[in-house]
Design a protein around this ligand. Structure first.
Ligand SMILES: Nc1ncnc2c1ncn2[C@@H]1O[C@H](COP(=O)(O)OP(=O)(O)OP(=O)(O)O)[C@@H](O)[C@H]1O
Length: 273
């Protein structure tokens, strides 16, 4: 029997396809010398959809998400959010995007409350609204009792949660999240999933990378699989997995089941001397 979040995701996927495209990448490419980290990545994200980006280590997920959120300049190609070009109209685009980058570089000599305050006002939110949103976000993320402490003293999971709260405080149209669930405990993870699902059901869009294919299959309605910088499959989660689990499909497409060949010596000591 399908679990409720899966049913919600499927239903959402069908509805979102009718909504306008809010985030579009066109032939987005990043090269480092001869290495092509992202190769002509074209992704459409509809308003009200939850899109997962998956791929093996080094596939180009962080590179792609960083170009989308305006943190890494593409070698070529284009990213637009609600028609605003991220790389020619950065300030306007950044008001529409909330981003959780791969390596958190937080102003960690601030308290949680100060960090939320500065994230809000720097994005142009009025002070009264910042105060109200800060306390609501703190409750939602279970950080109320930590708001007065320095962020540098937070655990890794708490830092992830305050960073997520900061990414949401200006009510962006799109959230671009690089591994949002990494280091977050299981109870908090289901709490964060609920917050993101609520955001999406209110018309926001989430694009997130994760190595948890089970999580992507459960909560996302769309998925893009990136291998060696290129998108090799994308669409609704159901279309991409094509009757298999997403993990089985991913393994087939990436050929990752073959990677342990040649390590037989590791599994037995009888012939090691
Ligand atoms: N600044 C850089 N200079 C040179 N190569 C880079 C740089 N940043 C990333 N790369 C390379 O680009 C490729 C894609 O890296 P990226 O971090 O986007 O992968 P990823 O899919 O996010 O991997 P992971 O799952 O391990 O986080 C890798 O081969 C990586 O070594």
């Amino acid at each position: 029997m399908p679990v409720p979040s899966v049913v919600r995701a499927r239903e959402r996927g069908r509805i979102a396809e009718q909504n306008p495209v809010v985030l579009r990448t066109e032939m987005l490419t990043k090269t480092y010398g001869s290495l092509i980290a992202a190769n002509e990545v074209s992704i459409d994200v509809h308003a009200g959809s939850f899109t997962g980006i998956v791929g093996p280590n080094g596939a180009g997920k962080t590179t792609t998400l960083s170009m989308i959120s305006g943190l890494l300049r593409p070698t070529s190609g284009r990213v637009t959010v609600s028609g605003v070009d991220v790389w020619t109209d950065g300030p306007a685009a950044k008001r529409l995007i909330g981003s959780l980058p791969d390596r958190l570089r937080l102003f960690d000599r601030l308290t949680g409350a100060q960090l939320l305050y500065y994230s809000g006002v720097l994005h142009g939110v009025e002070q009264a609204a910042v105060a109200q949103r800060s306390s609501e976000l703190a409750v939602a993320f279970g950080l109320e009792s930590a708001l007065g402490r320095l962020v540098s003293d937070y655990s890794a999971g708490m830092q992830k949660k305050i960073a997520l709260a900061c990414a949401m405080i200006h009510a962006p149209e799109v959230l671009v999240l690089d591994e949002p669930f990494e280091t977050i405990d299981p109870v908090s993870a289901s709490n964060v999933t609920e917050i993101l699902e609520k955001y999406v059901s209110g018309g926001g869009s989430v694009v997130m990378s994760s190595h948890s294919l089970d999580l992507i299959q459960r909560v996302c309605d769309h998925v893009s699989i990136i291998v060696d910088g290129s998108v090799i499959a994308q669409g609704t989660v159901d279309a991409v997995r094509d009757g298999l689990s997403l993990e089985e499909r991913f393994t087939k497409l990436t050929g990752m089941s073959d990677t342990q060949k040649g390590l037989e010596w590791l599994h037995g000591s009888s012939d090691s001397v």
